[in-house]
Design a protein around this ligand. Structure first.
Ligand SMILES: [Zn+2]
Length: 268
């Protein structure tokens, strides 16, 4: 089996995780910029993090022969300090030319605040200006539907945004169809105790056909499972889906979306 982990926060993971992922068939990992669990206090804090995502982490993954790619932004949770956000946004273009950077992400909303919306708009402008793919985080639980609608309206009304180059991540049963119906890609995040479980993910794949969907584990510093994607292959097989469908969902779909960035290249 081969699969791509399109959303993993590997700076939080151990080398054992890298080894397990490669053993399970992982052929590439993509790492969106994320909240550190605490608020970074300065632009230099972000500069160091972007260096980690574009220099150190790809080198660490390479020890396991795993291509590592990253996405850059500041997290929605970090949008409340508008002055810091402005300075960090000004820093990002310095890193967009790095060989492993695929786009702007994971941007989006967390509590759907006015400041989050303002910083989301600035990120979208940055992505359009530099012709970047976009990866969007949608809010949790009771904020998800409203936040998803706000995000879809913002992106849908921007003339420079091609929905086929945007993935809306962490979709659930009540948001997946509206994301796909508007021409965006959808990401399903597999978590042990929130977001989606493997059976729920397979339900969504069956209901929608799964053509423009990827699965990810979003493994980070909290309770999460870096093998959640390959484990979902078992649920697909249990329900009688073909190996070709497993390969489409776990490998060919993320490959199709990510290959829109010419820097996304896998080894021979
Ligand atoms: Zn994430």
């Amino acid at each position: 089996m081969r699969y791509i982990e399109p959303h993993g926060h590997m700076v939080s993971r151990t080398t054992d995780d890298y080894q397990a992922m490669v053993t399970a068939g992982c052929v590439a990992v993509c790492e969106p910029a994320f909240w550190a669990g605490f608020d970074r206090g300065s632009v230099d804090g972000f500069r160091d993090y972007y260096r980690q995502l574009t220099e150190y982490e790809p080198a660490r993954a390479a020890k396991f022969l795993l291509p590592h790619f990253s996405w850059l932004c500041l997290n929605p949770k970090e949008s409340e300090d508008l002055a810091l956000a402005r300075d960090v946004l000004a820093l990002i273009p310095e890193f967009l030319g790095k060989p492993n950077v695929l786009g702007i992400g994971e941007i989006g909303l967390n509590r759907n605040t006015r400041n989050e919306m303002a910083v989301l708009e600035q990120h979208v402008e940055l992505a359009v200006k530099h012709d970047q793919l976009i990866l969007v985080h949608t809010p949790h639980l009771e904020d998800k539907l409203k936040g998803t609608n706000l995000i879809l309206d913002l992106l849908g009304s921007h003339r420079g945004v091609d929905p086929g180059r945007v993935i809306i991540d962490h979709v659930e049963e009540h948001t997946v169809k509206r994301v796909l119906d508007r021409g965006f890609w959808a990401g399903i995040t597999l978590y042990p105790d929130s977001k989606s479980s493997p059976p729920r993910a397979v339900d969504m794949l069956e209901i929608t056909g799964g053509e423009c969907i990827w699965l990810n584990s979003a493994c980070d510093w909290g309770v999460s499972d870096p093998l959640a994607v390959p484990k979902t292959a078992l649920e697909l097989r249990r329900r009688g889906h073909s190996e070709d469908f497993v390969d489409a969902v776990l490998y060919r779909n993320p490959l199709r979306f990510l290959s829109q960035c010419p820097k996304f290249k896998l080894g021979a």
